[in-house]
Structure formats: structure tokens, C-alpha cells
Design a binder for this molecule. Structure first.
Ligand code: SF4
Ligand code: SF4
Ligand code: SF4
Length: 581
């Protein structure tokens, strides 16, 4: 690799040819502040926070886009640089709704952090015209408050380039520039799929999930209700980050303890719902293969992906598995089987789902999600909202003991927990489908070809004399690429797993927000996924069909996978949507 030698703040550094000053400075151990920059996604040099002085240059340069060349001398912290950054922050604040005291991002807002580092506050900002924007509450999953938007365009870049959707972007020009949907529509009127990837990258409180914590606290205080919580696999892989722990910390035991201290009557696990999903989905796949059903069958666990399919590939909704997602299967099972078993009226049960995903807030309101005549799931809160509840209740998360989930709907397998990583649903389904098709025990359970954080993965497995071709995609641009190959006849898969968020649920739009410099330098998805694969490897039971609680559920209630009762409670239907409905 050809290297280029430069000096940063007088210290010699060698960096690969083609590097930017920002990248070279990192090699030298100096982090230059950024706001708009997201590597490979938003490299527009627009916010001007990353300016530096280059010897011989007439003006300050934006280090995120300025390439290095041999002998260059760069200064990252001169009085001129610092004054420029302060002025930029003051200009941003002059048109910013400075409500840090109650802002949901206070404490992890990238703008607030920079203002603190540079000593910028209400004093000395430019007092000019302040825009007032109406807050957009129209979407089921999120709130857009342009009064806190700094026009960094990270959100629109992610929506367009990573998700291939592009329903938010800059409207108007100059001072009137603002981020909104086409034709000033409310976001809820567009083909937004509720993935929340824009929220995950927003450096400020301009876009946030719709917060349901107050409703959950109210339910917990209501003695007439049995309040049951379920936690998605990926939540345990990230929740600890909200309490200052490193990315890749397993929070399962402390999370169960915290939920109990919040007052939930039963602390159950969506991993049980994942095992149940595998029972139904593997059965559906085997039936489609044996009986000439619609192939490729595509997984339906990710509500962002399902909505995307309905909007953008409506002619492929028949390919979707009819299985409800693990969250919905879990809620439906609680309000039917569990209610009956415990002598409870489903109307008196409140199911709260803790999810890494904002699209779950949309999913719980879909038609056909009320097996017992009431909503399967009452509230879907994000990992971030759970952390907010824990903080509000004064629970010292890091000091909690490690506790376990309650029986029987807290019992799960290794197959259930890997649902949170891209490829995990495929691997879990294969563990069950292969044993069902061959009638023999698998010699090895790890399907390593479908693991890893690549956007698209493919593999072929010979099962009972038949080549089963599978593919896995995460992130909706990757899904589009894969589906185009299927539609054009360039690929003939039997089974496809698609997750709406890049890397799967571990990187969902409801997970803890990491600042830009961490996103740019750390493989967050891989670190969180490792937590789940480590849990799987340590589990005594790693196949969904060997989960004793699941076996009991079928023997006491559903009979067989795919039975009429199972179909009524655990399966769903889809709609073909246009782009604006
Ligand atoms: S977005 Fe940041 S700077 Fe603005 S009010 Fe919220 S915490 Fe404060
Ligand atoms: S939630 Fe997803 S689809 Fe909707 S605007 Fe944000 S990134 Fe785009
Ligand atoms: S909404 Fe957030 S991510 Fe989008 S431009 Fe505004 S500040 Fe940046």
C-alpha cells in the first residue's frame, strides 16, 4: 500500500494514499470533531466543524473530505480553528430550540457535547430570525422536530443510500432549507417503513422515537392489570451501553433484574417467541418445498422489511412467510394460551415488548394482530426507552444482580437468541428444517456461511438429497438488490432471510445511539452480534424444536405446527401498498 507522510500538529504520521486529513489524524491519535460526517454514507463537508489549518492554504479546510498529500502540515487545534468551530456552533444555536434540560438526547447529544467542549452556550450566539417548525407526529414510530435540526443530512443519507428509500430530505433552499418529506407530507403519509435508521444516526434530538414510557408506567401502577414484559434477543446485546458499559456487553441477567424491579408481573423472553416462530416457519418451509408452494419463502420477522415489501415489491408478498413475528406470536400466545392457563381475562393483560426496533411500534397496530380479540401486544418500547424507565425509577443498573427470566414463557434455546443478528433466523430455521426433512440429528449446529455482517450472504446445503439454496440480506438497499435478482430470474433461492436494518436487529433503529466517531471507527454490529452467538454457544439446548416449554405449548394447546389453531393465533396476512398509502 502506498503511504503518504505528513505532519499533524508537528508530529510525523504515515497514512495510506487517498486518506483524508480526518483519517490520517486518527492514525496519529487525534480525533477531529465532526457533525455531518458518516463514513461512506454522508461525506459532504457541510457542517464545517471538522475544519483544520493546512500550512500554505488560504483558508481553513474541511478535514473529512480533504485528501492528504506528501509533506502536508496540518494543525487541528490552533486559535483560528477553535474560533471557527465556536462560531459555527453559535450559528447553529442561533436557530436551535435550546431545550437541553428536558431534551431526550441530553447527555448523548453530539451538538451539546461539542458546545460543552468549546464553551459555547446561550451567551454570544447570533440573535437572528428563528424558524418555528410544526412538529411532525404523523408516523406511528417517530417524531420529527425540525426546531432541533442542524441540517447535517445524516438522516436523509441513511434513508436514501443505506435503506434505498429516500422519504426524507432537504426541501427549500438557503436559510429556508429544512428536512421534510416530499411535498411537505407528514412522514406517516409516505412509504417510510419505520425502520428508525435515521433516528440512530441523528446527532441531536430532532428525530426521536415516539415515547410510550408514561403509558407503561401507568399500566404498571394499575392493580387491575397483569403486566407482562417480553424482551427481544438484540436488546440484551446493547442495553448495557446506555449505562456506560462497552459495546458488546451482555446485559441479559441485569435486564431481567431491572424489569422485575420496575414492577412487571412476569418477566418473559421474546426468545421463546423466536423458538415458536421457528416451529411454524420451518414447518411452512418444509410444506412449501414438499407441496410446490410459493418459493423462495421469505422471512417475516422484521416489520420494517415487511412494510418495505408491501410498498416496493407488492407482487412478492405471497413469498412472505405467513408467520407473525416472534414479538406478535409471543403476545398472541400470552393472551390466548397463557391467559387460559392462568385463568386471566385477556382484556386485563398488558403485554409490553422491549424491542431494538422502532418499526415494532407500527407493527403492533397492523390489522390481524389481535388473536384474542384484543391487541396481541399493547406497547412496543425501544431499548432506549427501557433505559429511560430504569433511570427514571432510580434503579442502579450496573449494581443489579444477574437474574433469570420467569417460566414457562421465559424458556428458550440458542436458536431463539441468534434471531437478533443477520443470518440468525436462517440458521435457527435450518437447525429445525434440516432435522425435519432428514429425520436425523445434525452433526454440527453452526451454519457459518450465513453468519457475519456482510449485506448479502448466500449458501447451498444438500439436505436429504436436495440442494437447498438460501440467501440472507440485511439493510433494505441490499434487500432490493437481492430481490431484483430473484425477479429477473438470475437467482433461484428456496429460502431468504431479510432484516430491515443493516446487520439485523442488533443494529436496529431503537438501539442505543452511538456518536458519529464511534460509528465511523467501530464495527458495532459485529460486537453486539458476538454477544448473541456467545449466548447461543453456551446454551444447553440450541434447537427450537427441543425447547421443553415449546413442546408443552404444542401438546397443551396448538397440537401440531401449522394446525388450524396455530394458524389462527400465530399467522397473519399482508397488504399490497402503493408508494403513498
Ligand atoms: S438537541 Fe441537543 S443541543 Fe438541542 S436541545 Fe436537545 S440536547 Fe440540547
Ligand atoms: S424510519 Fe427509515 S424509512 Fe423512515 S425516514 Fe427514517 S430511515 Fe427513512
Ligand atoms: S433530523 Fe437529525 S440527522 Fe437529519 S438533518 Fe436534522 S439533525 Fe441531521
Amino acid at each position: 500500500m502506498e503511504m503518504v507522510n505528513i505532519k499533524i500538529n508537528g508530529i510525523p504520521v504515515s497514512a495510506p494514499k487517498g486518506s483524508t486529513i480526518l483519517e490520517a489524524a486518527r492514525i496519529a491519535g487525534t480525533e477531529i470533531p465532526t457533525l455531518c460526517f458518516l463514513k461512506d454514507i454522508n461525506e459532504i463537508g457541510a457542517c464545517r466543524i471538522c475544519v483544520v489549518e493546512v500550512k500554505g492554504a488560504k483558508s481553513l479546510v474541511a478535514s473529512c473530505v480533504y485528501p492528504i498529500n506528501e509533506g502536508m502540515e496540518v494543525f487541528t487545534n490552533t486559535p483560528k480553528v477553535i474560533e471557527s468551530r465556536k462560531q459555527t456552533l453559535q450559528l447553529i444555536l442561533s436557530n436551535h430550540d435550546r431545550k437541553c434540560l428536558s431534551c431526550v438526547r441530553s447527555g448523548n447529544c453530539e451538538l451539546q457535547a461539542l458546545c460543552k467542549y468549546y464553551g459555547v452556550d446561550d451567551e454570544g450566539y447570533y440573535d437572528g430570525v428563528r424558524d418555528r417548525y410544526e412538529i411532525d407526529y404523523s408516523a406511528a414510530h417517530m417524531i420529527r422536530d425540525n426546531n432541533k435540526c442542524i441540517l447535517c443530512r445524516r438522516c436523509s443519507a441513511v434513508c436514501e443510500k443505506v435503506q434505498g428509500i429516500g422519504v426524507i430530505g432537504a426541501n427549500e433552499r438557503g436559510f429556508r432549507t429544512n428536512i421534510s418529506s416530499p411535498f411537505e407530507m407528514g412522514l406517516g403519509e409516505t412509504s417510510c417503513v419505520s425502520c428508525g435508521q435515521c433516528i440512530a444516526v441523528c446527532p441531536t434530538g430532532a428525530i426521536t422515537e415516539k415515547d410510550n414510557t408514561a403509558e407503561v408506567f401507568k399500566a404498571l401502577a394499575d392493580d387491575t392489570k397483569t403486566v407482562i414484559v417480553q424482551t427481544a434477543p438484540a436488546v440484551r446485546a446493547a442495553l448495557a451501553e446506555e449505562f456506560g458499559n462497552p459495546i458488546g456487553t451482555n446485559a441479559e441477567g441485569k435486564m431481567a433484574a431491572a424489569l422485575r424491579r420496575l414492577g412487571f408481573d412476569k418477566v418473559f423472553d421474546t426468545d421463546f417467541g423466536a423458538d415458536l416462530t421457528i416451529m411454524e416457519e420451518a414447518h411452512e418451509f418444509v410444506e412449501r418445498v414438499k407441496n410446490g408452494g410459493k418459493l423462495p419463502m421469505i422471512t417475516s420477522c422484521s416489520p420494517g422489511w415487511v412494510k418495505y415489501c408491501e410498498h416496493y415489491f407488492p407482487d412478492m408478498t405471497e413469498n412472505l412467510s405467513s408467520c407473525k413475528s416472534p414479538m406478535q406470536m409471543f403476545g398472541a400466545t400470552v393472551k390466548t394460551y397463557y391467559a387460559e392457563k392462568m385463568g386471566l381475562d385477556p382484556k386485563d393483560i398488558v403485554v409490553v415488548a422491549v424491542m431494538p426496533c422502532t418499526a415494532k411500534k407500527f407493527e403492533i397496530g397492523r390489522d390481524d394482530m389481535s388473536a384474542a380479540g384484543v391487541a396481541d401486544v399493547d406497547f412496543a418500547i425501544t431499548t432506549r426507552e427501557l433505559a429511560r424507565m430504569i433511570n427514571r425509577a432510580g434503579i442502579q443498573f450496573n449494581s443489579l444482580p444477574e437474574e433469570k427470566f420467569d417460566d414457562p414463557l421465559g424458556i428458550s434455546t440458542g436458536a431463539g437468541v441468534i434471531f437478533g443478528a443477520t443470518g440468525g433466523v436462517m440458521e435457527a430455521a435450518l437447525r429445525t428444517a434440516v432435522e425435519t426433512l432428514t429425520g436425523e440429528e445434525l452433526p454440527a449446529l453452526d451454519f457459518v456461511d450465513v453468519r457475519g455482517t456482510q449485506g448479502i450472504k448466500e449458501a447451498t446445503y444438500n439436505v436429504a438429497g436436495m440442494d437447498i439454496k438460501v440467501a440472507v440480506a440485511s439493510g433494505l438497499s441490499n434487500a432490493r438488490e437481492l430481490l431484483k435478482k430473484v425477479k429477473n430470474g438470475e437467482a433461484d433461492y428456496h429460502f431468504i432471510e431479510i432484516m430491515g436494518c443493516p446487520g439485523g436487529c442488533v443494529n436496529g433503529g431503537g438501539q442505543p445511539q452511538q456518536p458519529g466517531y464511534v460509528r465511523n471507527t467501530t464495527d458495532i454490529k459485529a460486537l453486539r452480534a458476538k454477544v448473541l452467538y456467545d449466548i447461543d454457544a453456551s446454551m444447553p439446548v440450541r434447537k427450537s424444536h427441543e425447547n421443553e416449554a415449546i413442546k408443552q405449548l404444542y401438546s397443551e394447546y396448538f397440537g401440531e405446527p401449522g394446525s388450524e389453531k396455530a394458524h389462527h393465533v400465530l399467522h397473519t396476512t399482508y397488504v399490497k401498498r402503493g408508494l403513498y398509502d
